[in-house]
Design a protein around this ligand. Structure first.
Ligand SMILES: NC(=O)C1=CN([C@@H]2O[C@H](COP(=O)(O)OP(=O)(O)OC[C@H]3O[C@@H](n4cnc5c(N)ncnc54)[C@H](OP(=O)(O)O)[C@@H]3O)[C@@H](O)[C@H]2O)C=CC1
Ligand SMILES: Cc1cn([C@H]2C[C@H](O)[C@@H](COP(=O)(O)OP(=O)(O)O[C@H]3O[C@@H](C)C(=O)[C@@H](O)[C@H]3O)O2)c(=O)[nH]c1=O
Length: 291
C-alpha cells in the first residue's frame, strides 16, 4: 500500500517517515519542489497519479504570529490545500487524514475540550486551520481530522528547542504561566496517525470523523519550560530560572487561547490509541537531542 504524506520535512512528517510501518507499506513524502501545495492543479495531478491507500496531510503554515500579517498564505496552505487534497482523494475513493490544531478553540472553556465543543478561533492561524477542517469534511466523507497541540520533537522549530537554545544564554527566562495546553511528541502523534491511516485504508466502516490526540496531562508554558530544564539539567544541560509571567507581559502579534487542553477519550475509545504522559515523551526527545 502507498501512503502519501505531505509536509514531509516538518516535525510530524519526519516522524511519519521514521515510523515502523508494517511490511508492504510505502510512504511517499514529496518535497515542496515535488508538490507545491499552493497549486491545486499540482495536487490533483499528484494524487491522481497513483492509487493511494491513504493520504496524511501534515503540511501547514505553522508560524502563528506571522500568519496575522500573512493571511492569504496561511489560508492557502491551511485551508485551500486541504480542500484540494480532500477533493482529489474523494474522487479516487481514498481516505484523508487531516492534522489540525487546538488553536481552533477560543480557550474560554474550564476543562479539557472534547470534539463536540464549538470552535471559535481567535487568530488567523486557528481560523485558517478551522477552514481546512470544514473543507475536508465537505469534500470527502472518508476523512479523519486529528487535532493536536503544542507539538515538539528533536527537529525543526518548537518550544523545547527554543527553550534549550535561549536557556543556554540567559540565567532567567520569562515564560507565560496563564496559558494551559497539552504538550505532544511528534513521534507519538505520528504513531497515532499511522494507526488511523492503516485502519482507514483497510476498512470502509472505519470510524471517520474528528478526533483529538495529545500526550496525557495538561500544563502551562511556564511549567512546561520548568520540566524541560529539570530533565535537561539531569543530562548536563542548562538550568536557568523560569520566571512565570502573564500573557499581557509577553505581547505577541497573535492571541493564543488561555486554555486549549484536549480530551483524548474519543481516540482511545474508537481507535484504541493510548497517549503516554507528556513528561515521559519529553524524556525521549531530550535523549535524542542531548545524549
Ligand atoms: N507545531 C505545532 O505545535 C502544532 C502543529 N499542529 C499541526 O500539525 C501539523 C504538523 O505540524 P508540524 O510538523 O509541527 O509543522 P512544521 O512547521 O514542522 O512543518 C510544516 C511542513 O509543511 C510544509 N509546507 C508548508 N507550506 C507548504 C507548501 N506550500 N507546499 C508544500 N509543503 C509546505 C513545510 O515545508 P518546508 O519544509 O518547505 O517549510 C513543512 O515541511 C500541521 O497541520 C499543524 O497545523 C497542530 C498543533 C500544534
Ligand atoms: C519563546 C517564549 C515564548 N513564550 C510564550 C509565547 C506563547 O504564549 C507561548 C508559546 O510560544 P511559541 O511561539 O513557542 O508557540 P506557538 O507558536 O503558540 O505554538 C503553537 O503552534 C501552533 C502551530 C499550534 O498549533 C499550537 O498548538 C501551538 O503549539 O510561550 C514565553 O512566554 N517566553 C518565551 O521566551
Amino acid at each position: 500500500m502507498d501512503v502519501l504524506v505531505t509536509g514531509g520535512a516538518g516535525q510530524v512528517g519526519l516522524e511519519l517517515q521514521r515510523f515502523a510501518w508494517p511490511d508492504g507499506v510505502h510512504v511517499h513524502a514529496p518535497t515542496r519542489d515535488e508538490l507545491d501545495l499552493t497549486r491545486p492543479d499540482a495536487i490533483a495531478a499528484y494524487v491522481g497519479a497513483r492509487r493511494w491507500g491513504a493520504i496524511i496531510n501534515s503540511a501547514a503554515y505553522t508560524a502563528v504570529d506571522k500568519a496575522e500579517s500573512d493571511v492569504a498564505a496561511a489560508w492557502a496552505i491551511n485551508a485551500l490545500a486541504p480542500a484540494a487534497l480532500a477533493h482529489a482523494a474523494a474522487q479516487a475513493g481514498t481516505p484523508i487524514i487531516q492534522v489540525s490544531t487546538d488553536y481552533v478553540f477560543d480557550g474560554s472553556k474550564d476543562g479539557f475540550y472534547t470534539e463536540d465543543d464549538p470552535v471559535a478561533p481567535i487568530g488567523v492561524y486557528g481560523a485558517s486551520k478551522e477552514g481546512g477542517e470544514q473543507a475536508v469534511r465537505t469534500a470527502n466523507p472518508r476523512h479523519v481530522i486529528v487535532r493536536t497541540a503544542w507539538v515538539v520533537s528533536a527537529h525543526r522549530a518548537n518550544f523545547v528547542k527554543t527553550m534549550l537554545r535561549v536557556g543556554a544564554d540567559r540565567p532567567v527566562l520569562r515564560v507565560v504561566g496563564d496559558q494551559q495546553g497539552c504538550p505532544t511528541s511528534a513521534a507519538d502523534l505520528a504513531a497515532a496517525l499511522a494507526t488511523i491511516a492503516l485502519r482507514a485504508a483497510g476498512d470502509e466502516a472505519a470510524p471517520f470523523g474528528t478526533y483529538h490526540f495529545v500526550n496525557e496531562g495538561g500544563t502551562t508554558w511556564a511549567d512546561f519550560a520548568r520540566e524541560i530544564f529539570a530533565q535537561a539539567a539531569a543530562r548536563g544541560g542548562p538550568a536557568p530560572e523560569v520566571e512565570q509571567i502573564t500573557t499581557a507581559e509577553y505581547p505577541t502579534p497573535a492571541r493564543r487561547p488561555a486554555n486549549s487542553r484536549l480530551s483524548t477519550d474519543k481516540i482511545r475509545d474508537r481507535f484504541g490509541v493510548q497517549p503516554r504522559p507528556w513528561k515521559t515523551a519529553l524524556g525521549d526527545i531530550l535523549a535524542e537531542l542531548m545524549d
